[in-house]
Design a protein around this ligand. Structure first.
Ligand code: HEM
Length: 137
């Protein structure tokens, strides 16, 4: 294979369910911890979350591990993710959506998620956060 071709292949976006196998488990815990460290400092979003963030960190890490192709501990513990339903109790307008995505983008940087996996994860987060909007704010 020539150099240009192998470079192109190395940059091909993996499918979401391949990411756990490519990056391993630890990065997902780094993302969840970094995300909630940012939520802790985020004035608008912080009040939506419980005072103790250990449980949300675990929910987020296990959910992401499952979504990106790893073990299914999230659903064994909590059942089907039903993200729309689980977010219905929070008013999520464009402001909340954008603030959430900004915290997650920062967390992906803090956790040193490499390309090309990062681009796949960023797109998933942007699209899913839009899908979860349920209010005009
Ligand atoms: C890509 C977008 C998102 C994903 C993948 C996601 C994922 C999750 C997951 C898996 C949980 C845990 C639910 C449970 O097991 O009980 C959760 C909880 C929560 N989410 Fe999201 N979420 C997203 C966007 C948002 C947005 C935009 C907001 C609002 C700003 C938000 C606010 C919350 C809050 C307040 C909780 C409760 C904390 C907890 O009990 O774990 N989420 N989210």
């Amino acid at each position: 294979m020539d150099g240009a071709h192998s470079h192109e292949k190395a940059q091909m976006a993996p499918h979401a369910t391949e990411i756990y196998g490519r990056l391993g488990e630890a990065v997902f815990w780094r993302i969840a911890r970094a995300f909630y460290a940012r939520i802790e400092l985020q004035g608008e979003l912080r009040p939506m979350f419980p005072r103790e963030l250990e449980e949300p960190i675990r929910n987020q890490a296990e959910f992401l591990i499952q979504y990106f192709g790893g073990p299914t501990s999230y659903s064994e513990r909590k059942g089907h993710p039903r993200l729309r339903m689980r977010h219905a109790q929070f008013a999520i307008g464009v402001r909340e959506r954008n603030a959430w995505v900004a915290c997650m983008e920062g967390a992906l940087t803090d956790a040193a998620v490499p390309e090309p996996e990062r681009a796949v994860m960023s797109k998933y987060f942007a699209d899913t956060a839009t899908f979860l909007m349920n209010a005009d704010t």
